[in-house]
Ligand binder design. Sequence first.
Ligand code: ADP
Ligand code: MG
Length: 382
Amino acid sequence: MKERIEECFKSRFATEGVFYASAGRINLIGEHTDYNGGFVFPGAIDKGMMVDIALNSTDKVRAYSVDLDSYVEFGFNEEDAPSESWARYIFGVCREIIKRCGNVLKGFDTAFAGDVPLGAGMSSSAALESAFAFALNDIFNLSIDKFELAKIGQSTEHNYCGVKCGIMDQFASVFGKEGNLIRLDCRSMEYKYFPFHPQGYRLVLLDSVVKHELASSAYNKRRESCENVCRVMRENGYPRVEFLRDADMAMLGSIREKISDEDYLRAKYVIEETERVLTVCEALERDDYETVGKMMYLTHYGMSKEYEVSCQELDFLNDIAKECGVTGSRVMGGGFGGCTINLVKDELYDTFIEKACRLYKEKYGRSPKVYPVVISNGARKL
Ligand code: ADP
Ligand code: MG
C-alpha cells in the first residue's frame, strides 16, 4: 500500500512527503453501554489508513484519494467545504483544529489509501480522521493531546459528516496499541490498557453484508427504555442513578413491577453487559480466553433476546459458531446487521470459516465477508 501511495503522491505533486498511519477498530465487548455511562472495550486493528503528506506553500489543501481515484482541492474557511464526502473528513479535521488552535494550518498536499472495509463496522471513517488529525498535529507542532485528537475526529463526524457518533471509534484509532485492548469508561473517560495476546486463537469478523432499516428508530427506543428505567429507580429509593451504569440487578429487581417487561429486559442487558466487560478484563489478566469467549456468547444472547438488536442473519452466524465449537462469538456494533466478532482456536479456524460461508450462502444467497484481524497500533508516524 505504501509504495502505491508514494507513487501517486510523487507523480501528482512532484515532491516527497512524510508518512502517517492509523487504524480501524474492533470492540471486543461492551455494546450499547456507552450512552449508559458504562464501559466499552475496543482495540485498534491491523487494517487502517496510510497518509503521505507535505506542505505545499499555498493556502489550499490538495488531496488525492488513491482508493477512489478522486482528487479535490479546498481552502480552510467554512465556505470552502468540499462536496465529496471522503474529502469532508479531511476538511472537517482541518476546521476542528482551527476552531481549537486558531489559524495554524498552511496548505498541504496529500495522497492516502486504506484497507479498512468501508461501512463494515470497523470504522474506516475514524481511521481517516485520526490519521489526518495525528499528522497535522505533528507537522504543525500543535501539541494537541491524544484525547483531543480523538475529539477532533468525533466533532468532524458531528459537524461535517452528519454522523452523531460517540467517542469510541476515534479513541481506539488514536490510542490503539499492539497487543492491548483499551477499557474506556464512557462516563469519566478514564481508560486502561489490558493485555490481549490470544495465543492459539484468532480473531475474525464475519460480515453478514446486511443492514436492516430499523436501526435508528430502534436505537432511539432503546435509549428511551434505559432513561425510563433510570427515572423509575430515582423515584423509588435510588436517587443517585444517573445512568444504568449506576444500577445493579438487585435494584432492577426492586422496581420490577413498576416497569414494562420490555424495559426490564433492556435494562437487564445493559446492567449485565457492563459487568461482563469487567469480567473479561479480569479474565484477560490471567490469559483466560475461555471466559472471554463465554462472555461474548452471553452478550450475543442478550443483544438478541433481551436488547433485541440482532437479526436472523447474525443469529444464524452465531449459531454456526456455537456448533463449530468456536470459543466466543457475538454481534459487534449497534446491531441489525454488520459483523459478528469471533474468537476461534487455530485448529478450528478453517473448518469454521468454510462452514459459515457455505451454510450462510445456502440460506441467504451470498457469502459473508471474512476479515481476520490482529490487535495493532493506532495513529502514528511511519
Ligand atoms: P465506517 O463504518 O467504515 O466508518 P462510514 O460510512 O462511517 O463507515 O465511513 C465511510 C466513509 O469514509 C466513506 O464513504 C469515505 O467517505 C470515507 N473513507 C473510508 N475509507 C476510505 C478510503 N480508503 N478512501 C477514501 N475514503 C474513505
Ligand atoms: Mg464511520
